[in-house]
Ligand binder design. Structure first.
Ligand code: TXA
Ligand code: MG
Length: 304
């Protein structure tokens, strides 16, 4: 079943594939013409660099050979998994991947179809498989909606995590999280035994992760926080309750409760964003919560 997609990748074309975070838009990381197509298909600005996806440690050394003991320790602890390392790049890494930076981003996804593709087709660049300006796709039909029904997509069903990987810059100390994800600063600190910084929106210097300067997706519907006791009485509002508010008995098309299952909520969020627009909701109201930084971060970005 995967052979058809390997053929497409090997001839220098682009294939969407599932990972544990979101669907990626894959092309050979060794073929500049194939990578150009990725930028064209997504409508992605050329100064926003891509993540190289690998299936084993040996592949990493083709892109970065300065792997510190700290980096190695984190790779051992979290790979394959939703953690992307920004490392000093080797001179041979294609400029189109790194947007001319002297670092390269690398990750080993925790998904058997993704790993099988990479093992046979070689390392793949893979941004999220959405059109720039849309939320990352977490389901097959999201990719088809953005890229067309005939676009080649390896079907892996819904993505397990539903939010993009944590990006950590290991090129200088103190190490800095450039994009929060499922793996938290605390998780990283517990392995490293040192403090990890988190890039704040207050950062005034040039953004360390170029992607962060682009506006993030927000649905056409207005997104806002609400209190737990808000009564859902507007048919044009979609209400999302991460907790289990006593006054929310049953769910329906515009009311959803997650009963404190934040993994479920994360898996569902981008689909809700897309549904809000497809179904013409005017507003998306989300009950305030504290835990799960990455989820808070994506919602806060959508609120703007
Ligand atoms: O979970 C994920 O990471 C997904 C799946 C498909 O693996 N991929 C993904 O790729 O989210 P993308 O291209 O949508 O986001 C990559 C982020 C961007 O914010 C980009 O600016 C940043 O990583 N990035 C890439 N290379 C970088 C570098 N050398 N230095 C700093 N940031 C970099
Ligand atoms: Mg993206």
């Amino acid at each position: 079943m995967i052979d058809k997609y390997l053929k497409i990748l090997k001839r220098g074309d682009v294939v969407a594939f599932p990972t544990e975070t979101v669907y990626g838009l894959g092309a050979s990381a060794l073929n500049p013409d194939a990578i150009k197509k990725v930028f064209q298909i997504k409508g992605r600005p050329a100064d926003n660099p891509l993540i190289v996806h690998v299936s084993d440690l040996d592949m990493v050394y083709n892109f970065a050979d300065d792997i510190s003991p700290d980096t190695k320790e984190l790779m051992d602890a979290f790979w394959p998994g939703p953690l992307t390392f920004v490392l000093p790049k080797k001179a041979t890494v294609l400029d189109i991947i790194t947007a001319g930076l002297d670092t390269v981003a690398i990750r080993m996804p925790d998904h058997k179809l993704a790993l099988r593709l990479i093992r046979h087709a070689g390392p793949l660049v893979a941004p999220s498989a959405n059109i720039s300006g849309k939320p990352s796709p977490t389901r097959l039909d999201h990719v088809k909606n953005d890229l067309g029904v005939d676009f080649p997509v390896v079907d892996g069903g819904p993505c397990e995590i539903g939010l993009e990987s944590t990006v950590i810059d290991m090129s200088a100390e103190p190490y800095t999280i450039l994009r929060p994800g499922h793996i938290t600063a605390k998780d990283l600190e517990s392995i490293l035994g040192k403090k990890v910084n988190i890039t704040g929106s207050q950062e005034k210097e040039k953004p360390r992760s170029p992607g962060m300067k682009y506006s993030h997706y927000s649905p056409d519907a207005t997104v806002r926080w609400m209190d737990q006791d808000e009564v859902p009485n507007n048919p044009y509002t979609m209400y999302l309750f991460p907790s289990s508010p006593p006054h929310i008995g049953s769910e329906n098309a515009n009311i959803k409760r997650y009963d404190n299952n934040f993994a479920d909520f994360a898996r569902d969020l981008y689909d809700r964003f897309r549904q809000a627009d497809l179904q013409g909701f005017q507003e998306l109201a989300i009950e305030k919560f504290e835990n799960y930084d990455a989820l808070l971060n994506r919602i806060q970005k959508a609120i703007g």
